[in-house]
Design a protein around this ligand. Structure first.
Ligand code: GAL
Length: 709
């Protein structure tokens, strides 16, 4: 029988460890020593952190054979072999084919393609098609449709449109997944599972009735009492106090701005509700294939609605989708940032790039095509940052439907196209790089990333519209990238002691545990650097008492009496020649030293950049927005404080390094139109020769240096 998971059940299971005496087979503790016969040694946990099968780098993509007649499948599989493809994700949107009406299953199409792929030695990453419930589902369960904040129920005709708290959806999705898992559990082609598709997109928060009920249960679980909810949300403000649980609604569009903590909690709840959907499917799968990896495709830095630090603990292998913002000239830097964040979610272990594009996408305002070599540079940048699987959306371009103008491995133009030639070349290159698999990236520097802080900061009525956490993180990351400094991302509560420097740009919400963690990191010899509007509120979006920034005031050795936001396009000067914009502050030193002070603007004469020697470390602060070379100087000074010498790399060169105990693989990626002198020499794994003195224009060298050579 399929398990029925209600939204309320699921919301209380997320992140909760069952009590020991509730675990099957475990007797309550007694005074007698347990005998080994009663308590046999636990069998080792299955290793399921990678798709089963080949030791090669995984290469392939989404494959939607249901859009084509069978003879095309035969051709596709032959072409996949030509390109060195060893893994395809199938079934992702095929719910209606597999269950044409409720409880009636037809696996003939999937059986067929499974067999053809198995015969060809191509492994399957089996998608659960639960991002696209069929028309019959919507007809029968219209209450499962998501409702927008403005009260609009969303109609069928697209994908991903379901309330994550709908009990009917949970039941129907798990029922189908159980059938799939039962049927293909022992199929030789099945290498791993791909649950759903990009949770959180396009639907994240839903304001339907089931979500409201589940939200109340989530609040009861988090706070324990209605009084505690009232306290956390500060409901004495504007007379919002709740006297009964059923007075609490989702934070719908209201006359003016909605209580910010109510909204913040609804974001947290939404991430947990989506995660409960994943966990329900994953657990159904695990009952049949306990040894196979189950994952779902993240959108690492690009999903505004999901707390991936929490999610990463629930997947067997971290998998990510990444699409360039085609019009941004620095999009390769944001690709690198996304890849570094994905590796950090994976705690440094190899991860899978489950989707990216061979060339243009179809959903941006101007879908700029990738130029020759760009796809390989993108792919190898992901790999250089820890990906051991390079996959695309999708194998063969669709001729109809919403994505017919999206690039593919096999474009409409077919095998005579440049894109196909580059796909075949990349497949061969990845085979040459097989030895890189499993090697690790190490970093002495981390950037803090806390989506709860971003959610809170993005609510209305903040002191300036110029307060962009994403903009600041990108700006800091860019300066590190341009210097070839390897960066991990971390959560403010993580153990940071392994990092020499931690940057915390625009970290608005810092709870007390995080504040204590950051303080002890600095006292213990770490170097922390943060920027304005950080450490302002606690986890309930309540301002810390006293001068700003309450959570970090003593660590930074400063006290900010008042924010002094700047006018649009206004700039201010600093006495070290730097220029600031967007923000300044009425800041007093309280233990820190002034590194630079404002010479103009509302804060003229007041410290702008400070450094606090704190314990064995230091805490740096900038109270204005620094950009480009000025931010680069700030970043370099902080690095130098930690003994890290950094210099700008030649323009256009990207460096990232993976290591084993004995080997070093340096990925030298030239994004420029000119050859660049190679800073490292060894064996170029892509050519097999001693590495050339130069990295070719728009090209890549992967240089092996061995500790023993
Ligand atoms: C992804 C999605 C794919 C495809 C792709 C197009 O977000 O998972 O199914 O739509 O975008 O870029």
């Amino acid at each position: 029988m399929p398990t029925t998971t209600t939204a309320a059940d699921a919301s209380t299971t997320v992140g909760t460890t069952p009590k020991a005496d509730a675990l099957p087979g475990l007797a309550p503790e007694t005074s007698a020593a347990p005998s080994s016969a009663l308590f046999p040694a636990p069998s080792p946990a299955p290793v399921r952190d990678w798709p089963r099968g080949t030791a090669d780098i995984r290469y392939g993509g989404d494959y939607n054979p249901e859009q084509w007649p069978r003879e095309v499948w035969i051709e596709d599989i032959a072409l996949m072999k030509d390109a060195g493809i060893n893994l395809v994700s199938i079934g992702i949107f095929s719910w209606v084919l597999l269950e044409p009406s409720e409880g009636v299953y037809d696996f003939s199409f999937l059986d067929d393609i499974f067999s053809l792929l198995a015969d060809a030695g191509i492994d399957v990453d089996l998608g659960t098609p639960t991002a696209a419930p069929p028309a019959w589902f919507w007809k029968k369960y219209p209450q499962s449709r998501p409702v927008t904040r403005d009260g609009l129920p969303l109609a069928f005709g697209s994908r991903g449109m379901v309330s994550p708290s709908s009990p009917e959806y949970r039941r129907a999705s798990v029922a189908l997944v159980e059938k799939l898992a039962e049927r293909y559990a022992s199929h030789p082609a099945l290498a791993m599972w791909h649950v759903h598709n990009e949770y959180g997109a396009p639907i994240s928060d839903s304001y339907d009735d089931a979500s409201v009920t589940a939200f109340r249960a989530w609040l009861a679980d988090r706070y324990g009492s209605l009084d505690a909810v009232n306290e956390a949300w500060g409901t004495t403000f504007w007379g919002q106090r709740y006297g009964q649980w059923d007075e609490i609604d989702a934070p719908r569009t209201s006359a003016s701005i909605t209580n910010p903590t109510h909204r913040l909690d609804f974001q947290r709840f939404t991430s947990d509700a989506l995660l409960a959907c994943f966990v329900a499917e994953r657990d159904a799968i695990r009952r049949f294939t306990p040894d196979l990896a189950v994952t779902t495709n993240f959108m690492a830095t690009n999903c505004p609605s999901v707390d991936y630090w929490k999610w990463a603990k629930e997947v067997d292998v971290v998998a990510n989708d990444h699409y360039l913002v085609a019009e941004r000239l620095d999009n390769h830097i944001h690709l690198a940032m996304d890849a570094d964040f994905t590796r950090s979610l994976a705690k440094g272990k190899p991860w899978m790039l489950l989707e990216h594009s061979t060339s243009a996408v179809n959903w941006q305002p101007r879908n700029i095509a990738k130029r020759p070599g760009e796809m390989a540079r993108n792919s190898l940048s992901h790999m250089g940052r820890g990906a051991d699987a390079i996959m695309f959306f999708q194998f063969r371009a669709s001729r109809y439907g919403a994505e017919k103008f999206h690039s593919a491995m096999l474009p409409h133009a077919g095998t005579s196209s440049r894109v196909w030639r580059e796909v075949v070349q990349l497949g061969a290159d990845l085979q040459r790089l097989a030895a890189v698999r499993g090697s690790r990236v190490t970093s002495r520097v981390a950037i803090l990333w806390d989506i709860e802080s971003f959610w809170a900061q993005d609510l209305e009525w903040r002191p300036s519209m110029e307060l962009g956490h994403r903009e600041r993180i990108e700006a800091f990351y860019t300066q590190l990238y341009l210097r070839g400094v390897s960066v991990d991302f971390a959560h403010p509560r993580d153990d940071l002691s392994g990092y020499d420097v931690v940057f915390a740009p625009a970290l608005y919400l810092v709870d007390r545990d995080s504040a204590a963690n950051l303080d002890s990191y600095v006292r213990g010899g770490g170097h922390l650097a943060t920027s304005f509007f950080s450490g302002i509120v606690d986890e309930t979006d309540t301002v810390y008492a006293g001068a700003f920034p309450g959570a970090l005031r003593s660590t930074l050795g400063i006290a900010v009496e008042e924010f002094l936001p700047l006018h649009e396009n206004e700039t201010v000067t600093l006495d070290n020649g730097m220029i600031g914009s967007a923000w300044s502050e009425d800041l007093a030193l309280d233990g820190a030293e002034a590194v630079a002070s404002f010479t103009s603007g509302p804060g003229a004469g007041i410290p702008a950049i400070t450094r606090n020697a704190h314990g064995s470390g230091s805490a740096w602060y900038t109270s204005t927005k620094l950009e480009n070379d000025d931010l680069g100087r700030f970043v370099s000074d902080v690095l130098a404080d930690a003994g890290i010498v950094s210099e700008l790399l030649p323009e256009g060169l990207e460096i990232t390094t993976r290591r084993t105990e004995s080997e070093t693989y340096t990925f030298l990626i030239n994004h420029s139109e000119q050859p660049i002198a190679a800073p490292v020499q060894g064996i170029d794994l892509l050519t097999g020769a001693a590495s050339a003195a130069e990295v070719p224009a728009r090209g890549v060298s992967v240089v092996l240096t061995s500790a023993t050579s």
